[in-house]
Design a protein around this ligand. Structure first.
Ligand code: M6R
Length: 606
């Protein structure tokens, strides 16, 4: 999603800003730009497409100046054009970058145009540039101008602005969209994502909602919503340079798929208490206090939540509701039998999920954040954090974060089952042992790449693909279809196999690829029967199974057989071939594996 960076110090800003933008590249964007103050000149360079295009422009037209801002834009208001790219300027003296949405931009634009302003873009963000320009035109100082702008706008923002009328100063503000200031000697950085500053600053401070302030080379001066000076705590940055290293792999997604034996093992270690039991990092009293859970998430994290629901209900006997974060807070949900909201997010920054968490908290639910980015907004706002230890996930398609989320959810289910007396000690011990075998099983599962490559070659010849599974493998069917759509742009749908006869079976036609997901669970025979119904109508069946479940099937074109595992853990294992299938299909089609079109890694708008 959109990224903001800024620098003020004594070095030339533009190369540093470009480098910082590169560290945000993984978030997804479609245009980029940089502005810098050089004496009495404001330089501005923008380009559509990848940062290499911006770098080429900067090589032709280098930007001088030691104070500047940069932006990667993911289009919301207005198409992908250079004019719509940030930074925006109004009068050649001010440059502004913005993440979020200015909800009252239409009224502001009409008012500014009536007063003589000329707009150059279709964006909501450009109104900010004109508001800043109007403030400086009145002879106000940067703080007063910023306060004046903030008093006029509604919506969500992280914003940064520089002006020839305030040399060396970056004006910043935040409301619902993250923004951080990097602390260093002799210069200051700002960024929407601390990882952009990790190379240069050891510590950052995060702005809270409605914070604003001025940043100079000496550091920031922040004010809160009551216009009082605010001391925000400086935190160590957890992101590391490893983020930009593909470690010899062609793509981050490929690297991240292959890291899963380690990421699941590390996450299991983090879920293990001092007595060697899986506690999910929660105290017994905290676990006993749970009477029911609402799981809030989006996208792949939502599919992890669906699997978590099956586990928690089955192992702990507690009521669980899974909610799409983007729907939850708008539909007046009731707190019901739920004591806790478990909020699942890789990035910890998805705005839908953050707003859903705040809604749950306002309803009186205790909030638990299951996040992969430890210093994210959700991690900071949740009452307790259950960390996944997947390490930075850069590929837009979530892979290792998904399996790490499943690992935490299984630990939560087991810990709740034990403390609520649903699981006998021996049962809990067996399940613990079973999950400990998963890093090894996932490692062996990775050897299916050549076989899946052959299946992918067939899949990309089709116009559509169906994924079918039952029970715990139904949400995985949804996730397998999402992965394929996201990075190969092949149309795909996931269905509960038992639902096919209620409608979707009409989609089956000769040659339609169907991916069947099967484990040795209680529903194995029923799933196989549903797959046979599809095959009997002409579908080309490809089976992904574990523990010899595929031996019962003699009508599949190919069977990808995974190692044996406890059927309860099958989604964790079968996720691997599903991810590999999407990756291989993307390679066959030549799409951008790590930064698929139209998508962003961290979705910070509604
Ligand atoms: O960072 P989050 O887990 O909150 O992100 C939620 C979704 O945007 C994310 O899972 C998205 O669906 C991924 N691109 C899936 O691969």
């Amino acid at each position: 999603m959109c990224g903001i960076v800024g620098y003020t110090g004594s070095d030339t800003a533009a190369p540093l800003l470009l480098e910082a933008l590169r560290r945000l590249e993984y978030r997804g964007y479609d245009s980029a730009g940089i502005a810098a103050l050089a004496g009495d000149h404001l330089g501005l360079v923008r380009a559509v497409g990848k940062l290499d295009n911006l770098a080429a422009r900067l090589a032709e037209q280098p930007l001088a100046g030691t104070c500047g801002i940069g932006h990667t834009r993911w289009a919301t208001h207005g198409g992908v054009t250079e004019a719509n790219a940030h930074p925006h300027s109004a009068d050649g003296r001010i440059a502004v970058v913005h993440n979020g949405i200015i909800e009252n931009y239409a009224a502001l634009r009409a008012e500014l145009e009536a007063a003589g302003a000329n707009f150059a873009s279709q964006t909501d963000s450009e109104v900010l540039a004109h508001l800043f320009a109007a403030g400086f035109a009145k002879g106000l100082g940067p703080l007063a101008v910023l306060q004046g702008v903030l008093a006029r706008i509604e919506g969500a923002w992280a914003l940064a602005a520089v002006s020839l009328d305030a040399p060396g100063v970056i004006m910043i503000a935040r409301n619902a969209s993250p923004l951080a200031v990097g602390l260093a000697d002799g210069f200051s950085l700002i960024a929407s994502d601390a990882s952009a500053m990790a190379q240069n600053c050891g510590q950052v401070l995060y702005l809270k909602d409605d914070d604003y302030g001025l940043v100079t080379p000496a550091g920031p001066q922040i004010y809160d919503r009551n216009n009082q000076p605010a001391n925000r705590e400086a935190l160590r940055i957890s992101a590391s340079p490893v983020m930009v290293d593909k470690a010899g792999y062609r793509h981050f997604m490929e690297k991240e798929i292959h890291e899963q034996p380690d990421s699941v093992a590390h996450t299991l270690a983090a879920m293990t208490g001092p007595d060697g039991q899986l506690t999910a990092g929660l105290q017994t009293a905290q676990l006993k206090a749970v009477s029911g859970l609402v799981l809030l998430a989006a996208g792949t994290s939502h599919y992890a939540a669906l699997i978590g629901k099956y586990w928690i209900e089955r192992l702990a006997g507690l009521p669980v509701a899974v909610e799409l974060a983007s729907e939850y807070h708008y539909r007046q949900p009731v707190a019901g039998p739920f004591s806790h909201a478990l909020v699942i997010s890789q990035s910890g920054e998805s705005l839908d999920t953050l707003m859903a968490m705040r809604h749950a908290a306002a309803m009186g639910l205790q909030t638990l954040g299951l996040v992969n980015v430890p210093d994210s907004t959700i991690a900071r706002e949740a009452e307790a954090v259950l960390p996944t230890r997947a390490g930075p996930e850069i590929g837009v398609a979530s892979t290792k974060a998904f399996t790490a989320q499943l690992t935490v959810l299984f630990a939560v289910a087991l810990a709740l089952g034990r403390t609520h007396g649903r699981l006998e000690k021996q049962q809990a011990g067996q399940l613990h042992e079973a999950v400990l075998t998963m890093p090894g099983a996932i490692g062996r599962a990775l050897s299916c790449v050549p076989q899946i490559q052959q299946i992918a070659k067939q899949l990309v010849l089709s116009h559509s693909v169906l994924f079918l599974g039952r029970d715990l493998l139904y949400p995985l069917a949804l996730e397998g279809a999402l992965k394929l759509k996201e990075i190969s742009y092949l149309h795909a749908e996931g269905f509960a196999a038992g639902e096919m006869k209620h409608g979707p079976i009409a989609l089956i036609e000769p040659g339609l690829p169907v991916i069947g997901l099967v484990s040795q669970d209680a529903l194995q025979a029923k799933t196989i029967s549903n797959l046979r119904e599809a095959e009997a109508r002409g579908a080309d069946l490809y089976l992904i199974s574990c523990g010899a479940a595929g031996e019962q099937v003699d009508f599949a074109r190919q069977i990808v057989e995974m190692p044996a595992c406890n059927p309860l853990l099958a989604p964790l294992l079968l996720a691997i071939p599903a991810q590999i299938l999407a990756w291989q299909a993307a390679l066959e089609k030549g799409t951008d594996v790590d930064q698929p079109r139209n998508l962003a890694k961290s979705v910070t708008v509604e």
